[in-house]
Design a protein around this ligand. Structure first.
Ligand SMILES: [Zn+2]
Length: 96
């Protein structure tokens, strides 16, 4: 289904399919630049917890003390990932 939207750049009405990446038919600019930006921020946030999990690795040859400390650091990383997940949810909820 096609809808029309007033372009924020040139002020003309243009067809769009309600995608954040849709371009104006008249001036070729992004119709919702703020949504593209939040989309990119969301993507960055969702990638971060994965990379933070890669930071520490508990190896089988680690001693009990080393394991203990690594588990604590991992717990911190989990909390960080949970926080990031919450932020992603918040951004999604705010963006509607
Ligand atoms: Zn335009």
């Amino acid at each position: 289904m096609k809808a029309t939207k007033k372009c924020p750049h040139c002020g003309h009405w243009t067809e769009w399919s309600q995608q954040p990446t849709d371009l104006c038919q008249h001036c070729g600019q992004v119709l919702e630049p703020y949504r593209v930006a939040s989309e990119q921020a969301r993507q960055r946030l969702s990638e971060q917890p994965v990379s933070s999990f890669m930071l520490i690795e508990i190896k089988p040859e680690d001693g009990p003390v080393m394991r203990f400390f690594k588990y604590i650091i991992r717990g911190g990383q989990l909390a960080f990932a949970a926080l990031m997940a919450f932020m992603v949810w918040l951004v999604t909820a705010l963006a509607g």
